[in-house]
Design a protein around this ligand. Structure first.
Ligand SMILES: Cc1cc2nc3c(=O)[nH]c(=O)nc-3n(C[C@H](O)[C@H](O)[C@H](O)COP(=O)(O)OP(=O)(O)OC[C@H]3O[C@@H](n4cnc5c(N)ncnc54)[C@H](O)[C@@H]3O)c2cc1C
Length: 461
């Protein structure tokens, strides 16, 4: 049995920085990875998808070139070389993954184990033939695509965000099951690559966690690019008809089946906690398999922490990384940082992107507190018009009494970046007037945020 001061399971977004912090503090650390260094974000999530979104954007802008007065003599219709798209994506992902692997393997006081880690007890972890022990164990095992038992799924070959990474061809007709963040990103990018795309969503609208006006604007953007939307698909099932995959959708409108050549399942995630031997360690799980943690990532078993997607407290790279910072601050710096200090914030990387911070308008309404709101279409943002990208809108909600900003949604060009000026003032707990009086740079999307804050209106009940 090899003793360590700390064992970290998984090299996602929390584990490696934590290994650096611990080893720098003089601790002897073991870190275990069963597959690809860097986990979901680097290999099958953020990095590859945003790389592919960039290829899709290039194709889109190439098709629009004439609108900007650009002509390419002799150029025919724009086509996309999917092998080149994949190569570019693979190179960028591999650089991160390989870089991380080297970094960990050269880290002083850190031993890397490659294999599947399993708890033998609350202090002992096995990796293949190796047995490791430590008084402190950190679980950073992430999650994978959820594949619910849909009727007929066994008769068709389906794709997930992971197997999508191997696609180096253009699926002629792609059915995307799931109209939320992952499904919409893949759906729009493949439409731009040249596939016919149908997005099948069980609910009555896309991205149901967002406000209705956000969902509606996103639906318009996607429909404008000839993406078919099948909402209210209450009873999804699959069968084959020759080469075709037939999806039964039972939609409120339109025929109740759609045909495609390929199916992508993007209906949610599940945590990688079912094969870790957590029962032997006395680590409690919730009903959906997420590890139950307190506000500082401690599990129900003393000496075991869970960080990142597997604790269900966040589903993003930045939340996983922040979990690592919280744990390091508590253990090394006597600084009692907490998950509840975090303000929800994320992006949806369709084009134009959605940048979100804090509460939605609907969530603010539910609190019943008096609030103010301001909304501006991107058609009233010079920078968006200059770029020829004026779809979407910006919305900010403010507490009428404290004047603190409660939430914002920026669906528009640069929205993923512009939302940060709002987010930072929310963290500062400063009143919105700080931004209202700030002089922002012209011409930017952010320059209209002070203007919007000067136009706040009571939120109608
Ligand atoms: C398609 C897609 C796009 C996304 N885009 C974004 C985005 O744009 N922005 C964003 O913030 N987030 C995005 N996410 C979410 C983001 O990828 C995750 O939130 C993030 O990667 C979670 O990090 P993590 O450290 O919790 O786990 P992971 O990154 O999943 O890492 C867990 C690691 O643990 C390893 N592991 C698991 N079990 C074991 C075991 N028993 N033994 C050894 N090793 C094990 C795994 O192999 C993996 O390497 C996206 C996700 C998907 C699927």
């Amino acid at each position: 049995m090899t003793p360590f001061d700390a064992i970290i399971i998984g090299t996602g977004q929390a584990g490696p920085p934590l290994a650096k912090r611990f080893t720098a503090a003089g601790m002897k650390v073991a870190i275990v990875e069963r597959k690809l260094f860097g986990g979901t974000c680097v290999n099958t999530g953020c990095t590859p998808t945003k790389t592919m979104v960039a290829s899709a954007y290039a194709a889109h802008m190439a098709r629009r070139a004439a609108e900007f007065g650009v002509t390419i003599p002799g150029a025919g219709a724009v086509s996309v070389d999917m092998r080149r798209v994949k190569e570019r994506k693979d190179a960028i992902s591999a650089a991160s993954s390989v870089g991380l692997e080297k970094w960990l393997k050269h880290m002083e006081n850190c031993t890397v184990y490659q294999g599947h880690a399993r708890f033998e007890s609350a202090r002992v972890v096995s990796v293949g033939a190796e047995t490791l022990t430590a008084d402190r164990i950190f679980i950073n095992v992430g999650g994978r695509a959820l594949v619910p038992p849909m009727p007929g799924l066994e008769h068709v070959q389906y794709l997930t965000n992971s197997s999508m990474m191997d696609v180096d061809f253009l699926p002629p007709r792609l059915l995307v099951v799931g109209g939320s963040y992952v499904g919409l990103e893949f759906g729009q990018m493949f439409r731009r690559f040249g596939s016919e795309v149908t997005i099948i969503e069980m609910g009555p609208r896309l991205v149901q966690r967002e406000d209705e006006d956000v969902s509606a604007a996103i639906a318009d953007i996607l429909k404008g690019q000839a993406i078919q939307l099948r909402l209210n698909a209450t009873c999804i099932g699959f069968s084959r008809n020759g080469e075709d995959i037939v999806a039964r959708v039972d939609c409120a409108d339109g025929p109740n089946e759609v045909r495609g050549t390929h199916v992508l399942l993007a209906v949610g995630r599940r945590p990688n906690t079912d094969d870790l031997g957590l029962d032997k360690a006395g680590v409690e799980l919730d009903k959906r398999g997420y590890i139950v943690v307190d506000d500082q990532c401690r599990t129900s078993a003393t000496g075991i922490w869970a960080l990142g997607d597997c604790n269900g407290k966040g589903a993003f790279t930045h939340t996983a990384y922040n979990d690592g910072e919280i744990v390091a601050a508590n253990l090394l710096n006597n600084d009692s940082r907490r998950i509840s200090d975090r303000i929800p914030a994320y992006g949806l990387y369709i084009d134009p992107p959605l940048g979100r911070a804090g509460l939605t308008e609907a969530e603010v309404r539910k609190t019943g507190r008096p609030a103010l709101v301001s909304k501006r279409p991107m058609t009233k943002v010079s920078r968006a018009l200059e770029k020829g990208e004026s779809q979407g809108f910006m919305k900010i909600v403010v507490d009428a009494d404290t004047h603190q900003i409660l939430g914002a949604a920026i669906l528009g060009v640069g929205g993923d970046e512009a939302v940060h000026c709002i987010l930072d003032v929310m963290y500062a707990k400063a009143p919105y007037t700080v931004i209202e009086r700030a002089v922002h740079i012209h011409p930017t999307v952010s320059e209209l945020i002070p203007t919007m804050l000067g136009e706040l209106q009571p939120l109608a009940s």
